[in-house]
Design a protein. Sequence first.
Length: 222
Amino acid sequence: MFYRVSVPDLPILFTDAEALVIDKPSGLPVDRPKDGTPALADMVDDLRFGFARPPGIVHRLDRDTSGCLLLARNHGAHRRFSAAFANHEVQKTYLAVLEGVPAEDEGVIELALSKISSAAGGWRIIPAKKGKPAVTHWTRLAVRDGRALVRFEPKTGRTHQLRVHAASGLGLPIVGDPTYGDGRVAMLLHASRIVMPRHNKPAIDVEAPLPARFGSWQLGQG
């Protein structure tokens, strides 16, 4: 399911001379997809807010993932923010609902990941011993009707890391995941917080509330 989103529909969570953090809605791709769906990349010129240049996209969220997305408002900030991501200095927190309940209260998933593709099925990410290292800390926050709300704190930033770590590491796909789960409803994965350290300024520390598609899980947020 695709959604048409305009700039007025993008909540601005934080802004200063260096950075802009938006609450990206589920269904909005960051980069321009082949299917022609409107993307955040098409909207950045309208996010200048008085600056001469549009902000630059520093990192990505999957189309079906909502939440905190950081943009840089000048080239210097873009370089510093990109380096912080590359050096694993950025604290990222996600909330997700799983198709089941983990046996433990918390844990660490260390599962290397690799990309595969085929003409028939397209591409996807799979666990692979020779893949890129990927590490995720997780905590169970609430349980309801045979499902669990969990907090994910990835220590690396691999493509589809949390989705594959949930499905293959915990054996419990994220509700609504269209690739690693059944995809019958909107995917319940949300980038709830980002903390970007800055050397000469206070860190950017921003939270995005759980969106409406999480329903009653909003009450169980830990």
